[in-house]
Design a protein around this ligand. Structure first.
Ligand SMILES: *Cc1c(COP(=O)(O)O)cnc(C)c1O
Length: 360
């Protein structure tokens, strides 16, 4: 603690991202990055940008908004772009949730950035326990609240909540005039309908997407919020109180190129889904318990008889050069979150996992 820090800085409980190792080359399956390169069109777009970097970027990212609107069948006024969906979410918590209102609801096991934003903005929150099988049941989210945040598919479980249940929650939130944020970081890997179809009837639904996973641009920092014009304007009020040029020229141009290359991304998404299903089947054969995933990762716990559990299994994989993610958290500390890599990477992972599972 420093006496120079504001109360807000002192009380903050910052998010801790997954490890980005520098010292050795791991097969890196720990932060849900895409194993394939971005579209070749993204690389081409880069060349055009460099010469213009002396100029400030478009503060409202209009061309990017238009590209996202075309991609998702919306108006550009229904799109808010930001530096990664983490920033977009950070703004959204500030724009839509209040210190003096009821608690904001989200699951006890979900993206661990949500409580961080609540802490920062002084927003009361209440976590709702996932069911025994790690699914989300809509019931508790229909109660009156200060707002709702659900990652769909959920992270780190990978489990999808069907659209009708999201719609029930959206309806209840609409009746009490509260915002419902659906974080669709992994939606593309679920092959299920997005909550975007709710936006027309529900001015209180904000769908958040990231270009980090599906579009293989985690290093660029680009994310989107999609929703009614009034929600987008709320986000703009917060953004313009921080930084009026949030997205640089490179991020804008490369995001546009990515959003426009639908066939390329459908191709790599299908490959990741096929690899995921093959790995899930193999892990089950080895005796792992594997949750059904609609994401680019698997959430799995070691076979019953295996003496190495959770964190020890993680460490044994790490010694073998394979980095996955382990969360030291009640109910999930026996699980590993395994990002889907290329087929070759996953073969190495499966070999190592089998070896560790068999070691005594
Ligand atoms: C990865 C992730 C994000 C953040 O994505 P960025 O756009 O890279 O900031 C947001 N929500 C969930 C659930 C994620 O897993």
């Amino acid at each position: 603690m420093s006496s120079y820090w504001s109360q807000r800085a002192q009380k903050a409980q910052p998010y801790v991202p997954g490890e980005q190792p520098r010292e050795r080359t791991f097969i890196k399956l720990n932060t849900n990055e895409n194993p394939y390169p971005p579209s070749p069109r993204v690389l081409e777009a880069m060349e055009g940008v460099a010469a213009n970097l002396r100029l400030y970027p478009d503060p409202v990212s209009l061309e990017l908004r238009e590209a996202a609107a075309r991609r998702y069948g919306l108006e550009s006024s229904q799109v808010f772009p930001g530096n990664g969906s983490d920033e977009v979410l950070g703004f959204a918590f500030g724009a839509f949730f209040d210190p003096q209102k009821e608690a904001v609801l989200f699951p006890d096991i979900t993206y661990s950035f949500y409580p961080v934003y609540c802490q920062l903005w002084d927003i009361p929150y209440k976590t709702i326990a996932l069911e025994e099988d790690f699914t989300i049941q809509p019931g508790p989210y229909l109660e009156r609240s200060g707002g709702i945040v659900i990652s769909n598919p959920n992270a780190p479980t990978g489990i999808l909540l069907p659209l009708d249940e999201l719609k029930q929650i959206a309806q209840a939130a609409l009746e009490s005039q509260r915002v419902f944020i659906v974080d669709e970081a992994y939606m593309a890997f679920s092959q299920s309908p997005s909550a975007l179809s709710l936006i027309r009837d529900f001015p209180n639904v904000l769908v958040v997407k990231t270009l980090s996973k599906e579009y293989s641009l985690a290093g660029l920092r680009s994310g989107l919020a999609l929703g009614s014009r009034e929600l987008i304007e709320g986000l703009e009020r917060i953004k313009d109180s921080f930084n009026s040029y949030p997205m640089d020229r490179l991020a804008q141009a490369l995001s546009i190129a990515a959003l426009e290359d639908i066939p390329y991304y459908e191709g790599i998404t299908q490959k990741i889904i096929a690899t995921r299903e093959r790995c899930a089947a193999r892990l089950k054969t080895l005796g792992f318990s594997v949750l059904p995933s609609g994401a680019n990762f698997l959430f799995a716990s070691p076979p019953q008889g295996c003496p190495l559990r959770g964190g020890d299994f993680y460490a044994a994989l790490r010694e073998r050069g394979i980095l996955v993610r382990h969360f030291e958290k009640n109910r999930i500390n026996d699980f590993l979150r395994i990002t889907i890599g290329t087929d070759d990477e996953m073969d190495e992972f499966l070999r190592a996992a089998e070896e560790v599972a068999r070691s005594k």
